[in-house]
Write a protein that binds this ligand. Structure first.
Ligand code: FES
Ligand code: FES
Length: 172
């Protein structure tokens, strides 16, 4: 990762210092105040697994986890994430819920072009961690901010339900 001054439009005298943890790596950066977290991740840190769809908070392709919560990174200025823990699809790895969800997406054929998939998986990781959606309809509602132009919704929901069923119950 290039961790020097971050500006999607070159050097910026108004750049501000930002400290972030991205996928477990502590970074100290200087970021222009207009740079979104999405552009920081993709253009400077080369974490291109996170996708830019609408760039207006409407599609969910840019979903990442900030302190464990799913957010649209196209709507968040990088400087406002100062001190945060950011997890992208690259940071979910093969273990834990992230790995289980990625395997379930493959097993359930839950994508076609795959453009929405990183955002879908990040939202699903938060869904499983939060433990607030359990039924097919609840999963669809929780995931409603993640659009899929290929219409893979039934298979995406099946994949998430599969992982939910594997979670230990409250008494286990
Ligand atoms: S690119 Fe962020 S919501 Fe569409
Ligand atoms: S798999 Fe193509 S947009 Fe979802």
């Amino acid at each position: 990762m290039d961790t020097s001054t971050v500006s999607s439009r070159g050097a910026d005298p108004g750049a501000l210092p930002v400290t972030l943890e991205v996928n477990g790596a502590a970074l100290s950066l200087t970021v222009a105040p207009y740079v979104t977290l999405l552009d920081l991740l993709r253009e400077r840190l080369q974490l291109t697994g996170t996708k830019k769809g609408c760039d207006h908070g409407q599609c969910g392709a840019c979903t990442v986890l900030v302190d464990g919560k799913p957010i649209n990174s196209c709507l968040k200025l990088a400087v406002t994430a100062d001190g945060a823990r950011v997890t992208t699809i690259e940071g979910l790895g093969a273990d834990g819920r992230g790995g289980a969800l990625q395997r379930a997406f493959i097993e359930h054929d839950a994508f076609q072009c795959g453009y929405c998939t990183p955002g879908q998986v990040c939202s699903a990781v938060a869904l499983v961690a939060e433990g607030i959606a359990f039924t097919y309809d609840e999963v669809r509602e929780y995931m409603s901010g993640n659009l899929c132009r290929c219409g893979a919704y039934p298979n995406i929901t099946d994949a998430v339900m599969d992982v939910l069923r594997q979670q230990p119950g409250p008494d286990t």
